[in-house]
Ligand binder design. Sequence first.
Ligand SMILES: NC(=O)c1ccc[n+]([C@@H]2O[C@H](COP(=O)([O-])OP(=O)(O)OC[C@H]3O[C@@H](n4cnc5c(N)ncnc54)[C@H](OP(=O)(O)O)[C@@H]3O)[C@@H](O)[C@H]2O)c1
Length: 284
Amino acid sequence: MPSPNAVKSLAARLTMLDGNSIPQFGLGVYEMSDSETYNAVKWALEAGYRHIDTAEWYENEKPCGKAIADFIKSTSTPRSEIFLTSKLKNNASYDRTLRDLKQSLKRAGVDYFDLYLMHSAIGGPQIRKEVWKACCDAREQGLVKSIGVSNFGAKHIQEMIDQKVPLPVVNQVDLHPFMRHPEIVKICEDNEILLEAWGPLARAMRFTHPSLVKIAERKGKDVAQIMLRWGLQHGFVIIPKTVSQQRVVSNSNIFDFVLDDEEMKELDGLDEYLVTDWDVVDCE
Ligand SMILES: NC(=O)c1ccc[n+]([C@@H]2O[C@H](COP(=O)([O-])OP(=O)(O)OC[C@H]3O[C@@H](n4cnc5c(N)ncnc54)[C@H](OP(=O)(O)O)[C@@H]3O)[C@@H](O)[C@H]2O)c1
């Protein structure tokens, strides 16, 4: 785990297995309409976010790309400063993966994604192997800078280790104090695969938990900021979603305080395997 003080700003990056780097903090845009997506991405970039997490599944790659392009144009920010992730919806075949990726790039209006993820491990070992080979080749072709996975259980990561294929640079799984996935975290950390925390706010489902409320009051922060700081101090990449401009800003105000060991331990103790969306880490 990095020193809590190591994470000092919104644009701070972590180095990935392949040598590329990823901003540790970003905006997730799941379940946003086109106009909500455009506005949230715009507000986030204006507030200093440099990392946006979309997916073919979310059907909003286009407004993400448009908001990024408009921001780049109006501020002369280099494209290389903004980290854009998308994800493959269906694990079907080698050819279909490259086709779907190219369609995602076209929708987003970008030449490359900084990170492209298999959205899940669904499909079985043979399909996973084929799809991952296509992801590796897409990286060779420059269509994506880095490749990773999402919702992979420990056994799926072990499968990749056993196959001696290039390992994913991240595994994006649901991670928050109420869902800690210890086995997945361990195998990823042991193999230097970064953990990316989706649902880092547990979809606001536990905001009245007494431990969170108590620590928030003590720190003069809101409970969302406490949950996000917890993820940051564990060394996770965190991508909270909000359509509110005020919350885009408040969620990012987590770099001016530190949770102490006791507070981290108390939050670590809240794991209840809380599923906030889908749970496919154990699929065949
Ligand atoms: N790989 C996967 O399978 C997967 C699955 C799910 C999500 N994700 C990614 O992870 C991102 C985040 O996860 P998520 O969207 O599931 O959930 P989340 O970030 O844990 O929570 C989002 C919810 O919390 C609310 N919220 C945000 N900030 C708040 C605040 N400061 N105070 C009160 N409420 C607040 C949002 O409402 P408002 O919008 O109204 O603020 C929304 O209802 C997604 O957007 C997506 O990019 C990936």
